[in-house]
Design a binder for this molecule. Structure first.
Ligand code: PEP
Length: 252
């Protein structure tokens, strides 16, 4: 039985004061139940202060990105062990904004995935198609290319300690959500691709949905058989909005 993971990607939002209020709202409002885990991913400068607030709570800490390198002359980058040092359990890799705005390739994303994992961080591998790709009927090919970069580099076993987030690019920050059926179709495809190499392992991998998830649409998405939680942007910036999604997970 897979647990739900409800993950907040704060992107480039927040301040010391705002984060403190947001995290205390989340920590104090975690719904009862055991079938889910909450995660917050603040911007890098706030990881340590948020870590001190979530330590000992039901909320885990993650980063929004990580370097594929361990140390050295990489100005502006953050090494995987540094994330461990400040208390991170997870790192998002290959978010569509990193791929589109910063030109991250699937090979680079795979290197980040493996570097994070080698340091003991659980990578959350984001995959997803643009609207043009969906309309051209190439959704599965796009997802396969993004997944295969990791599968080809390291095999299926690395997914035993990883999370996948299916995030249709056209649904991120747009208010347009994939229908539960559209999302389920891609989630099933992702799981089947892993299952072709290891059916047992594929059954255990958490596959999150991301793209304008909120309290209102979360119950419909989370009741689909292959959707194991959410990666949430906008609705993770207000404790009550984030907790409404957590509540949907607790009820599912
Ligand atoms: C995201 O940034 O990963 C995301 C899904 O954003 P939003 O929930 O705002 O669409």
């Amino acid at each position: 039985m897979r647990q739900f993971l409800i993950a907040g990607n704060w992107k480039m939002n927040g301040s010391l004061a705002a984060n403190e209020a947001l995290v205390s709202g989340i920590v104090n409002g975690v719904p009862d139940g055991a079938g889910f885990r909450l995660l917050v991913c603040p911007p890098f400068p706030y990881l340590a202060s948020v870590a001190s607030q979530v330590t000992g709570s039901a909320v885990a800490l993650g980063a929004q990105n990580v370097s594929e390198h361990d140390s050295g002359a990489f100005t502006g980058e953050t090494a995987p062990f540094m994330l461990v040092d400040v208390g991170c359990d997870y790192a998002i890799v290959g978010h569509s904004e990193r791929r589109a705005i910063y030109g991250e390739t699937s090979e680079q994303v795979a290197a980040k995935f493996l570097a994070a994992q080698a340091a003991g961080i659980t990578p959350i591998l984001c995959v997803g198609e643009t609207l043009e790709e969906r309309e051209a009927g190439t959704t599965e090919q796009v997802i396969d290319e993004q997944l295969d970069a990791v599968l080809g580099a390291a095999g299926v076993d690395v997914f035993a300690a990883a999370v996948i987030a299916y995030e249709p690019v056209w649904a991120i920050g747009t208010g347009m959500t994939a229908t539960p059926e559209q999302a389920q179709e891609v989630h099933r495809h992702i799981r089947a691709r892993l299952a072709a190499q290891d059916a047992n392992l594929a059954e255990k991998v958490q596959i999150l949905y991301g793209g304008s998830m909120k309290g209102e649409n979360a119950p419909g998405l989370l009741c689909m058989p292959d959707i194991d939680g959410g990666l949430i942007g906008g609705a993770s910036l207000k404790a009550s909005d984030f907790l409404a999604i957590a509540e949907a997970a607790a009820q599912s």
